[in-house]
Design a binder for this molecule. Structure first.
Ligand code: NAP
Ligand code: ZN
Length: 368
């Protein structure tokens, strides 16, 4: 049994300002990787640049990272980072810029490599990375994973390298202007991380400590997620902390079947990541319950739900539905059955009938 988590993680109000010393210690020329505009609006970008300016660290901002970033985007950004001569990378934003920042730090540190190295096993190291999350779902600030869109095989896939950020600066205040849909989708992503890690084939006492505590915290988010209430400062801190704790759980185990099923739905239907995972969660738990009823009972009790039916109804209420044609379900099912690595994260054998049953319960099937 092993526990490994090298990221220096701080979770608190005014976190970036409080930990400028740790940020400035990472290098002497910073390449900032962020999304199109949200980090400017929520103050996270200004918080970081103010500290770099105060510390006399030159920086360049790359703000062209799209949602579900592609290998091509990462290559383009890395070329700019190399040209600038960066010796550390700061990812600011949701999971997309954070994941991109890890892969970019890898390419800048290995200037003769291209995106071709991402999906082969090579002994490559990345530049130091700092991560400042502004959504409350992926936990990317604390995980070693970088998920990129691969247009060559028309899906999303984690790169082959384990790239833990050196520093994670986590502050819920950046969530305060976020829309409800983004909050719902990303909180549900964190819920999937907590649950998928709990019931993962490699689950052990360490990741379960994070999952159990995180599920208890998530329970407090339920009334907010199903209401029209505005996010309070305290709730924002709790959303963010829950997400980072969920990241600590998957940093030990990885994700499992709902995530595996989500990638084709996001790539082909444009469904946001958290929603694409969340629509499959209840049906996967229903299948899992047949093998390990006590685990499901524990998860539901930590979350404060009486049974799987009420949990499934709650997820449908906050997420809505996704429609797929019979042909799409059949194609995606065949693809997942070929993904033996991801299937092995389920602690029992998942058959084609099981996958089809999960689809039948999770999506609305439409005639083309
Ligand atoms: P995202 O794709 O990073 O961002 C979604 C949208 O939210 C963007 O339009 C972004 O705008 C906006 N946004 C970000 N922060 C905001 C804020 N505070 N207020 C208002 N808008 C904000 O969303 P995400 O769900 O966080 O990340 C999803 C990605 O993470 C996927 O690619 C997924 O595969 C990956 N992921 C990684 C891990 C891991 O362990 N590494 C785990 C799960 C998921 P801008 O473009 O303007 O910034
Ligand atoms: Zn996720």
């Amino acid at each position: 049994m092993r526990f490994f988590d090298p990221t220096n993680t701080f979770i608190e109000k005014n976190c970036v300002q409080n930990h400028k010393k740790e940020l400035l210690a990472l290098g002497s020329k910073a390449f900032i990787v962020t999304g199109h505009s949200s980090s400017k609006k929520n103050g996270s970008l200004d918080d970081v640049t103010a500290i770099l300016e105060e510390g006399g660290i030159p920086y360049e901002i790359y703000n062209d990272i799209e949602e579900n970033p592609s290998v091509e985007t990462v290559e383009k950004a890395a070329a700019a980072g190399k040209e600038f001569g960066a010796d550390f990378v700061i990812g600011i934003g949701g999971g997309s810029p954070l994941d991109a920042s890890k892969a970019i730090a890898l390419l800048i540190a290995n200037p003769t490599e291209t995106g071709d190295c991402f999906y082969v096993a090579k002994d490559l190291k990345a530049l130091p990375i700092a991560a400042v999350p502004t959504t409350c779902g992926t936990g990317s600030e604390i995980t070693p994973v970088s998920v990129l869109t691969r247009h060559d095989i028309q899906t999303k896939q984690s790169i082959s390298y384990k790239l833990f950020p050196d520093l994670a600066l986590v502050d819920g205040k950046y969530l305060l202007g976020a829309g409800k849909n983004l909050l719902v989708n990303t909180c549900v992503d964190a819920l999937c991380h907590l649950t998928e890690s709990f019931i993962h084939a490699t689950s052990n006492v360490y990741n379960r400590m994070f999952s159990s505590y995180g599920l208890k915290l998530w329970r407090d988010l339920v009334p907010f997620l199903r209401s029209d209430e505005r996010l309070t400062e305290d709730m924002a801190q709790q959303c963010m902390m829950t997400s980072t704790i969920a990241g600590m759980a998957i940093a030990q185990t990885g994700t499992s079947i709902p995530h595996a099923l989500s990638y084709d739905v996001t790539y082909n239907k444009g469904v946001p990541h958290g929603k694409a995972c969340g629509i499959f969660l209840a049906a996967y738990l229903r299948r899992y319950e047949k093998e390990f009823p006590e685990d499901v009972k524990e998860i539901l009790s930590l979350l404060g739900f009486e049974d799987l039916d009420s949990f499934a109804a709650f997820l449908k209420e906050i997420l809505g539905t996704v429609s797929l044609s019979a042909e799409e379900v059949s194609t995606f099912t065949d693809r997942i059955l070929q993904n033996t690595k991801k299937l092995s994260t389920c602690p029992f054998i998942l058959t084609k009938e099981d996958i089809l049953a999960i689809y039948a319960q999770s999506v609305r099937q439409i005639q083309e």
